[in-house]
Ligand binder design. Structure first.
Ligand SMILES: [Zn+2]
Length: 248
């Protein structure tokens, strides 16, 4: 079997027995994959503690015929996001990124834009020390890149502009509706300016946004509908969301 290489972000690791690990990875060249790392739990393993969540690594691996798991041969550090996770809120945010990556990214589907999004969001959190705007940006672009993001400035039912009105959303359908069109399925709402904020983010790089003025209070409110839509699109409840909301 030929030795392959790729850049990757570690999403999650699972201990197998006393010495080994299975690692869930978002790789640049192969998409989301899982790999077996023999001896990774040993104190002096050749992976040198690099197989930890959200570490950005260069990876050498063997594909195995008819096996789902690749075999990880070795890894080299490209960038660590470990220190920033001493901040508890950033730690929760990082766990959320990893969970969405695992639930939302299709198996073995290369997605260069999503890979760059992960890096931009992790780096944004690292240098700014802020979780709120990077998280909102991540949610918005994961939905967009997955083809799930609805138009946000209009009611998805009647097309009316939402800026003046509250925008309503619910657990069953992706998209906002206006106060005229809402029914019992759309039980939650955000101010109309959330739709303007979300629309603006489609044209603003994260770094530019983080370098501008401090986060508006509406940023946190704007995240909720997107989290709900990610759960709808992934057809799964996200377990890290509760901790992230409690901490808010
Ligand atoms: Zn409407």
């Amino acid at each position: 079997m030929p030795l392959r290489e790729t850049e990757a972000i570690v999403l999650r690791t699972y201990r197998i027995g006393e010495t080994d690990k299975v690692v869930s990875l978002f790789s640049r060249q192969f998409g989301r994959i899982r790999g077996a790392a023999t001896g990774a739990q040993r104190p002096k393993s050749r992976y040198g503690g690099l197989l930890e969540p959200l570490t950005y690594i260069h990876l050498w691996l063997y594909e195995r015929e008819h096996r789902e798991l690749v075999r990880i041969n070795s890894a080299e550090l490209l960038e660590s996001f470990f220190d920033m996770q001493r901040n508890y809120r950033l730690q929760l945010a990082a766990q959320y990124l990893a969970e969405v990556g695992e639930r939302f990214l299709p198996d073995r589907e290369v997605n260069e834009r999503a890979f760059r999004l992960f890096l931009a969001v992790l780096r944004g959190m690292k240098w700014s020390g802020e979780a709120e705007r990077p998280l909102l940006y991540f949610n918005l672009w994961m939905l967009k890149l997955g083809g799930f993001m609805p138009p946000v400035t209009q009611c998805t039912q009647c097309g009316r502009a939402l800026a003046e009105d509250r925008a309503y959303y619910g657990n069953e359908a992706i998209g906002f509706v206006c106060s005229e069109c809402r029914d019992s399925r759309y039980s939650r709402s955000v101010p109309g300016d959330v739709s303007i904020l979300l629309d603006g983010l489609s044209h603003t790089p994260l770094d530019t946004w983080l370098h501008s003025q401090a986060a508006a209070p509406v940023v946190r409110e704007a995240r909720r509908p997107l989290e709900t839509w990610i759960e709808i699109a992934a057809e799964k409840k996200l377990v890290t969301l509760e901790a992230l909301a409690d901490e808010a």
